[in-house]
Design a protein around this ligand. Structure first.
Ligand code: ADP
Length: 231
């Protein structure tokens, strides 16, 4: 990682240290012999540990994903995937998080031809990264819409939010590794600036393209174009 990039190092340190200290706090509480068992909310502590370790491994996974790219090797395991089905699953797994923030998530699966050749793991990560950003960069409760459609010989997937938006002057750079819109920190949203560069690389490895439309304080829409298999 670029050692001169203090913001990046600060963000990464924050993202990794917070779950570690939460987990260690929870384990201290569990092993504190002074406090009677009845006072310990075991279920709560267990779920805190589970959530925080998930978060930790997700962050580590992100860094690993990028280090794989940097070595220049990428093996896609392509298989036929129904994007409508994949999105249905992804939405189902995000529902708790969205409901927890009183948000909504809507899907419009209009694509009639939704089967693409894709790497399931990487493609799922792409959708989660975009969804995650839609949630992270919403001001209040997130309102996310996922859509599929067919255009020319492409499957089009859009992920739209009604969040903080991205100022015009930053839009060209957000797919760069480590790039973050400066206000990201003002809104106290922590991140590495890795998610979108990963997304773009994966989409391009699938011969696809990704575009964004965004307006400050109105929201952001990412559109992914993936060529359909010709038979
Ligand atoms: P991270 O979220 O970890 O900073 P990303 O590469 O996923 O990294 O995003 C890069 C930057 O683009 C973010 O820091 C944020 O400023 C901006 N951004 C990404 N997605 C959105 C979105 N849906 N709404 C507003 N800003 C966004």
């Amino acid at each position: 990682f670029p050692s001169h990039d203090n913001d990046f190092v600060n963000n990464m340190t924050h993202e990794l240290k917070t779950p570690i200290s939460t987990i260690s706090l929870a384990s201290q509480m569990l092993s504190d012999k002074e406090s009677p068992m009845a006072n310990k909310n075991l279920d709560h502590l267990a779920s805190v540990i589970a959530d925080e370790s998930k978060r930790l491994s997700y962050q580590v996974e992100k860094v690993l994903q990028m280090s794989i790219f940097d070595k220049g090797k990428m093996n896609l395991r392509l298989k036929e995937i129904d994007a409508n089905e994949l999105i249905t699953t992804v939405v189902r797994n995000t529902l708790i998080q969205i409901k927890n923030k009183n948000g909504t998530i809507v899907k419009n699966l209009d694509a009639v031809e939704a089967v693409i050749l894709a790497d399931e793991v990487h493609f799922t990560n792409v959708l989660f990264n975009l969804l995650d950003n839609g949630i992270k960069y919403s001001k209040g409760s997130p309102d996310i819409t996922l859509s599929t459609s067919n255009r020319d010989n492409n499957l089009v997937i859009t992920v739209a939010d009604k969040g903080i938006g991205i100022p015009k002057e930053h839009q060209a750079r957000i797919f760069e590794q480590f790039y973050r819109v400066p206000t990201g920190n003002v809104h106290n949203v922590k991140g590495f600036g890795l998610g979108l560069s990963y997304v773009k690389k994966i989409i391009e490895a699938h011969n696809g393209k990704i575009y964004l439309e965004s307006e400050l304080n109105k929201g952001t829409t990412f559109s992914i174009f993936i060529p359909l298999k010709r038979s």
